[in-house]
Every structure is written in structure tokens, then in C-alpha cells.
Design a binder for this molecule. Structure first.
Ligand SMILES: [Zn+2]
Length: 151
């Protein structure tokens, strides 16, 4: 309960909680949240039972699109998303790294056929202990998630 009081409640919007400490700033940049007009409240290095320290982001009047949810999953797979309406959590879900990502990121390989042919990009997602790789279906090259997401 103490944690909840540290950050002002929002009427409508999205709260991204349980972001691994240090990833919050990346998510703000990657989702271009600061460039928008929404009111954003962030908490960095907040105490967390499970993570030790966590980051938290509250965005007013904003729900996340599917591509944004995927980007969140790639960079903060432990995060939970709380959808708030009238100060109440009406939906809550945990981020899950998808097995495949279709039609969201362009292939970083400039010779890849997916860039010139009318096809949707398609990456299968492979996880190792320390990293997440995305493998393009068309050129069969694997890329670090940061390269594919352009961060
Ligand atoms: Zn490719």
C-alpha cells in the first residue's frame, strides 16, 4: 500500500508496473511517450518485493497499441499493465514475450526481400539466458532485439 501512495492516482490511463529498474527510461524513449501531450508520472528505483527495485510509469488517457505492447514485452517482460478507469483497475495483464512478431518491425537487413516485396515482416523470437533475438523469416538472419526495435 505504501508504494501506491508514492505516486498520484490517475483517473483514466495505463500504469506499467514492475518494470526492471533501469528499463523505465528506455521504455519512455522507445514508445515516444515524452513526445506526446499526455501527463506522465514516473517512478524509478522504487522498492519491489520481487525485483528488489523497480520502475513504474503512469500515463494518463492512454492505452497501448499492440505494437507498443510487444515492444514493452521485449524490454520489460516482467512488467504488468494496469488499465485504469475512474481510478479503478479494470484490466490487468502481465507482459509475455511473444513467440513471433508480425508486421511491426522492419527487417534491419537492407538486402532482405521483406523490404521490397509486399509482405509483412515476420520474426520468430528466440530467448537465451541473457538476450532476446529476432530471426527474420525471409532472410533467416537473427538480430539482437535492440537492433530490430531501433534503440
Ligand atoms: Zn530479413
Amino acid at each position: 500500500m505504501a508504494n501506491k501512495l508514492m505516486v498520484e492516482a490517475i483517473r483514466t490511463g495505463t500504469v506499467i508496473d514492475h518494470i526492471p529498474s533501469g528499463q523505465g527510461i528506455k521504455i519512455l524513449k522507445q514508445l515516444h511517450l515524452i513526445e506526446g501531450k499526455q501527463k506522465i508520472t514516473v517512478g524509478f528505483n522504487l522498492p519491489s518485493k520481487n525485483l528488489g527495485l523497480k520502475d513504474l510509469i503512469k500515463v494518463e488517457n492512454r492505452l497501448f497499441s499492440e505494437p507498443e505492447a510487444y515492444q514493452l514485452a521485449l524490454f520489460a517482460s516482467s512488467a504488468t499493465i494496469n488499465v485504469i478507469e475512474n481510478y479503478k483497475v479494470i484490466d490487468k495483464f502481465k507482459m509475455v514475450i511473444p513467440n513471433a512478431i508480425e508486421g511491426i518491425f522492419a527487417c534491419p537487413n537492407s538486402n532482405c526481400i521483406s523490404l521490397t516485396e509486399p509482405v509483412k515482416s515476420y520474426f520468430s523470437v528466440k530467448q537465451t539466458n541473457s538476450a532476446v533475438f529476432l530471426k527474420c523469416k525471409y532472410c533467416e538472419r537473427s538480430f539482437n532485439k535492440e537492433i530490430v526495435a531501433g534503440v
